[in-house]
Design a protein around this ligand. Structure first.
Ligand code: DQA
Length: 144
């Protein structure tokens, strides 16, 4: 099984950006946690981060026929991007939406998620553990 973990804009600034909301763990640390968890689950993992909407769409398209599950934190594009939603629908790869913070309890504009419509589960407010929980869900679903 191969899982793709996609992070959108500003998630490369983890550890620096608003630590009271997102914590002090860096993006590099997150990547290390995800890789270690993949090893534990016995799955392959690919990590991708971009600040650009079109690049995120390209990456989702490239996953077609190659990737068995997607973990996606689209950052701010969660709340605006029909293009990312459409890309996820186009490839129809089982996907889980992750947010480090509890988006549903923050500003009103964060309570809209387009990508959620193409994901079979959403995890919010579990911090970085949310990524690992999403990988568990994909692994379980893949095993049937
Ligand atoms: C986020 C929440 C979004 O609203 C925000 O724009 C982010 C991070 C989260 O992980 O909690 O960049 O997706």
């Amino acid at each position: 099984m191969k899982i793709l973990v996609i992070n959108g804009p500003n998630l490369n600034m983890l550890g620096i950006r608003e630590p009271d909301i997102y914590g002090r763990t860096t993006y590099a640390d997150l990547c290390a946690l995800i890789k270690a968890h993949a090893e534990k689950l016995g799955v392959e993992v690919e990590l991708y981060q971009s600040n650009h909407e079109g690049d995120l769409v390209d990456k989702i398209q490239e996953a077609y026929g190659r990737i068995d599950g997607i973990v996606i934190n689209p950052g701010a594009y969660t709340h605006t991007s029909v293009a990312i939603l459409d890309a996820l629908k186009a490839v129809a790869i089982p996907s889980v939406e992750v947010h480090i913070s509890e988006v549903d309890k923050r500003e009103e504009f964060r309570q809209i998620s387009y990508v959620r419509l193409a994901c079979f589960a959403t995890i919010t407010g579990h911090g970085l553990d949310g990524y690992l929980e999403a990988m568990d869900m994909l692994r379980e679903r893949y095993a049937g």
